[in-house]
Design a protein around this ligand. Structure first.
Ligand SMILES: Cc1cc2nc3c(=O)[nH]c(=O)nc-3n(C[C@H](O)[C@H](O)[C@H](O)COP(=O)(O)OP(=O)(O)OC[C@H]3O[C@@H](n4cnc5c(N)ncnc54)[C@H](O)[C@@H]3O)c2cc1C
Length: 391
């Protein structure tokens, strides 16, 4: 068993860490405050090739496996979790489905622009009445002549306010449940599409979020992604690996919270001693470091299984649920170690505390991850449910 990085992976990690420390860390707090999409920083991520990671080189991607993307996600998240949300949406939730399921024309038209950062994308699955139960989406797609007509709405769509294209999931045949869902590529500016920014988030505030409204919104036939009825399968095949990216985001936030705490414990004095001299603080730091390492190992195991073409769905869910809960626990302890200063925006740990929470919610809540894991442990019990849902 080898836990070490290859030379290439070490170089990548150093390069992304340097970039994140130089370009993102100094502005992360301001980006959080203004809650505006950081176009300039996204362009810089594109310039160093991050938006094409793991994607087909024929369309501007860098190819390679999934692990390099995970390394980059962790490093970007240490500096700014909002920026890693944007990276994840662009590469993992939108670049991947185009790469894996798109036609040659769709890849030429869209993927080659996404990898260069010349177009931004958003992944639109969640709806007001369908979050965890994504198979119950209500947005409809009705075929009329040479188009599909979309009717309905989406909520909480990351980068939705700035995206040039949207991967949209809509139901064609409700009786078929999950098998009645189809995926589409929708361009910004299509008549019938309205975009409404949803402000006021707790964390990852520079990764803006939007509601999408479709009213008689027409998508040309050639913009269907994959076969009719394959949409839910596509969504799940994309979200499964993407969850390892969320685990990496959680690990990055937790590592940043640990680093800040270790540093603070060696500066702040009370009772004539450094905080780090108190055993209560030492034990908190020890627990934090252990949680970060355990989360990182689960995350790399899942990425490694994916890279070796082995089943990884359960391991991806385990990595996500463990890493996100570890990030939350570590961030809470970091605020505790900072005391009153940790409760104010001037401290870095206040943002880590707010940013960590989203990793327990999106791309499947912690409860949903536990469902995925238990389904793998109890296949017979869940068989009937799967048949009912026709997944
Ligand atoms: C900042 C942000 C960005 C997002 N970005 C995107 C995006 O880009 N694209 C996109 O499509 N979606 C996005 N989402 C949506 C996200 O994936 C959903 O919020 C998430 O899946 C949960 O759905 P919900 O909010 O409807 O909660 P609900 O499904 O209503 O769940 C509420 C609570 O009930 C629990 N629960 C639900 N069902 C069960 C069950 N069967 N057993 C036990 N507990 C259960 C949940 O775990 C949760 O605790 C984003 C959300 C946020 C907050």
């Amino acid at each position: 068993m080898d836990f070490s990085f290859t030379e290439e992976q070490k170089i990548l990690q150093r390069m992304v860490r340097d970039f994140a420390t130089r370009e993102l860390e100094p502005i992360a707090r301001r980006l959080d405050e203004v809650e505006e999409f950081p176009h300039e920083s996204v362009r810089k991520m594109a310039d160093i090739g991050l938006l094409g990671m793991g994607l087909d080189p024929a369309y501007g991607g860098s190819g390679g496996g999934f692990t390099p993307f995970i390394i980059a996600m962790e490093e970007i998240s240490r500096a700014s979790a909002a920026m890693s949300t944007i990276l994840s949406v662009q590469v993992s939730l939108c670049g991947q489905p185009l790469d894996r399921f798109g036609t040659k024309e769709q890849k030429e038209r869209y993927l080659s622009f996404l990898t260069q950062g010349k177009k931004l994308a958003a992944f639109a699955l969640s709806e007001p009445n369908a979050g965890s139960d994504a198979a119950s989406i209500e947005t409809t797609a009705t075929r009329k002549g040479e188009t599909y007509v979309l009717q309905g709405s989406k909520v909480f769509i990351s980068c939705g306010d700035v995206a040039d294209i949207y991967i949209v999931f809509a139901v064609q045949e409700r009786v078929k449940k999950a098998r009645g869902i189809t995926a589409f590529i929708l361009e910004r500016g299509t008549p019938g599409l309205k975009v409404k920014k949803q402000g006021g988030k707790l964390g990852i505030r520079a990764s803006t979020t939007a509601e999408l409204l479709f009213d008689d919104c027409r998508v040309p036939l050639e913009n269907r992604l994959g076969e009719e009825g394959a949409g839910f399968r596509i969504a799940m095949q994309i979200i499964d690996p993407s969850r390892i990216g969320v685990a990496a985001q959680a690990v990055g936030i937790a590592q940043a919270a640990l680093d800040a705490s270790v540093s603070y414990a060696q500066q702040r004095r009370q009772f004539g001693k450094l905080l780090g001299e108190f055993q209560a603080i030492q034990w908190m730091l020890a627990d934090m470091a252990t949680q970060v390492d355990a989360a990182r190992l689960l995350m790399y195991r899942a990425a490694d299984l994916k890279d070796r073409g082995l089943p990884f769905s359960k391991e991806s869910a385990m990595a996500k649920v463990f890493a996100s809960e570890a990030a939350m626990a570590v961030a809470v302890k970091a605020v505790q170690i900072y005391g009153g200063y940790g409760y104010f925006q001037e401290s870095p740990v206040e943002r880590y505390f707010r940013d960590a929470k989203i990793t327990e919610i999106y791309e499947g809540t912690s409860e949903v991850q536990r469902m995925v894991i238990s389904r793998n442990l109890l296949p017979e019990i869940f068989k009937r449910e799967r048949e009912d849902k026709s997944v």
